[in-house]
Design a binder for this molecule. Structure first.
Ligand SMILES: Nc1ncnc2c1ncn2[C@@H]1O[C@H](COP(=O)(O)OP(=O)(O)O[C@H]2O[C@H](CO)[C@@H](O)[C@H](O)[C@H]2O)[C@@H](O)[C@H]1O
Length: 474
């Protein structure tokens, strides 16, 4: 199949959060399975530092009364062709933000549609989040191009209908109050990134005002759990961490904890319960719950906390302030940094993710891959990836709580803290978490079925695909 991914992020060169992980990893796996998958994303000002880009474009196009250039390169460390949509409006140093954000990404979506009509015509355009929401609308008049739309974050819905009508072409039959809603209505198939979240978004609590529409389109909506890039994120070979280890040599992992304590200004203490977060600092991630719980938890225990994240200034300031009061016990690093993130995952004992909502969550899977035990709220993809730990039967992978309440989080953290004291049982739990298979090969099965369905083929895997997947998902 010929598939074009259109997205604002692609790891490792332009990643803000989990969408970048998905767009950077899934095409690689689909290509290994024999499909011609390519990516188009904006040519951000920082990209020349990260990837070789030819000076000559492969194509010039027009959209929204502007000319743009498309450059062709390859996503680093893969064989995935990457097209970069070049226009001065993307020459800034950050992916999101700025007064022209809505205009800029709608222009990108329009340019990507032109590209697909005129330069490289795929059978399927795989759209990601509101930035690409208008593409299914425009493609609804092109029966030879089908569209799949993936919801990574329903909270961001893009420009409203009125603005869309002012800046771009909205056909008379277009419905939907904003770019996200338009994409949901017009895409041939829709998916979100976990089965639980696919159900939750049909309710007012999680639907971000689109629950009515999402219930209406539930017949064409799927929930497909994300994977992680298990080649890149492999504690046995990762060169960015202090000490490599495997489930069989888990004792070696301890060195990573000590190094992390040294590097982040925490007291060096092998026995302290070290909790970590690697996250965007936004409301979704439950930072307010952490702020309400933390001091009490620190008073009761000798635990330590490391937070790596950037985001809302309010949370950044609060966390910075609290870390100044608990020197040696809390380390807050207001950065986006891939190397530090892996050193955190490989050194902490437990990974904290008390999300208000969570479409899937990739960080908890990365944490488990590196032997850190998740403490999570039972919501969205966290339900599907972190079964609760039952010490009596030695089952499950993490500590979970239900209600979005400080007391519930507190109790859950205390349970984890107490669990950590039983070193033997904790190590077994770590080994179990590390031995899970979160590979994209597993999740690619559902994507392939969805792609086949959308172009009218039987949604089954070929023998060749099945064989490759069986080899990878042992
Ligand atoms: N400061 C920092 N430094 C370095 N790395 C950092 C970082 N902050 C975050 N990251 C990295 O960004 C990624 C975060 O991915 P998540 O899926 O957990 O959440 P996010 O909300 O961004 O994604 C959204 O999209 C994804 C993809 O579909 C869904 O899984 C998720 O539920 C949805 O909210 C992880 O790879 C993490 O390591």
């Amino acid at each position: 199949m010929r598939i074009l991914f259109v997205a604002a992020e692609a790891s490792p060169i332009a990643k803000v959060g989990g969408m970048g992980d998905v767009v950077g990893a899934l095409p690689k796996v689909l290509r290994k399975l024999g499909h011609d998958v390519r990516i188009i994303m904006p040519y951000y000002g920082f990209l020349p530092d990260k990837v070789d880009i030819p000076t000559e474009p492969v194509w010039w196009g027009d959209a929204m009364f502007q000319k743009f250039a498309v450059y062709e390169t390859v996503l680093p460390e893969t064989d995935v062709p990457l097209y970069l949509f070049g226009h001065p409006c993307f020459s800034g140093r950050s992916v999101y933000g700025g007064d022209d954000e809505y205009w800029r990404f709608t222009f990108f979506a329009n340019g990507a549609a032109e590209f697909a009509w005129n330069y490289w015509k795929p059978q399927i355009i795989h759209c990601h989040d509101w930035h690409t929401g208008m593409i299914p609308v425009w493609m609804s008049d092109s029966p030879d191009v089908s569209t799949v739309f993936t919801i990574h974050n329903l909270a961001y819905q893009g420009p409203g209908r009125e603005m869309l009508e002012q800046i771009t072409w909205c056909p008379w039959h277009m419905q939907g109050d904003n770019a996200m809603a338009a994409g949901l209505q017009f895409a041939n198939l829709v998916n979100t990134v976990s089965p639980t979240y696919a159900e939750q978004i049909k309710t007012p609590e999680y639907g971000e005002n689109l629950h009515g529409l999402l219930s209406w389109i539930s017949g064409k909506t799927r929930g497909i759990i994300n994977g992680i890039d298990t080649e890149k994120y492999n504690p046995a070979t990762d060169r960015l961490i202090a000490q490599n280890f495997t489930p069989k040599t888990i004792e070696k992992r301890r060195l990573n904890k000590v190094r992390l304590q040294e590097e982040s200004g925490l007291e060096i203490n092998r026995n302290a319960f070290l909790i970590g977060m690697v996250t965007r600092l936004v409301e979704q991630k439950g930072i307010d719950l952490v702020l309400q719980t933390l001091e009490r938890f620190l008073a009761y225990t000798d635990a330590q906390l490391i937070i790596l994240g950037t985001g809302d200034r309010f949370y950044e300031t609060q966390l910075w302030e609290i870390s100044a009061r608990y020197r040696g016990r809390i380390s807050v690093q207001l950065l986006h940094n891939e190397t530090i993130s892996r050193r955190v995952y490989s050194g902490i004992d437990a990974f904290l993710m008390p999300s208000r909502f969570e479409p899937c969550g990739i960080s908890q899977m990365l944490a488990m891959r590196y032997g850190a035990i998740p403490i999570v709220r039972k919501t969205g993809g966290l339900v599907d990836t972190v079964p609760f730990f039952d010490p009596a039967n030695e089952q499950g992978l993490g500590y979970c709580f239900d209600r979005y309440e400080p007391l519930d989080l507190y109790t859950c953290m205390i349970r984890a803290y107490e669990g950590f004291r039983f070193k033997g049982a904790w190590e077994k739990l770590q080994v179990r978490a590390m031995s899970q298979n979160f590979s994209w090969y597993r999740s690619s099965v559902e994507y392939i079925k969805m792609y086949r369905e959308v172009i009218g083929e039987a949604p089954e895997l070929t023998d060749k695909e099945q064989k490759i997947i069986d080899q990878k998902v042992k």
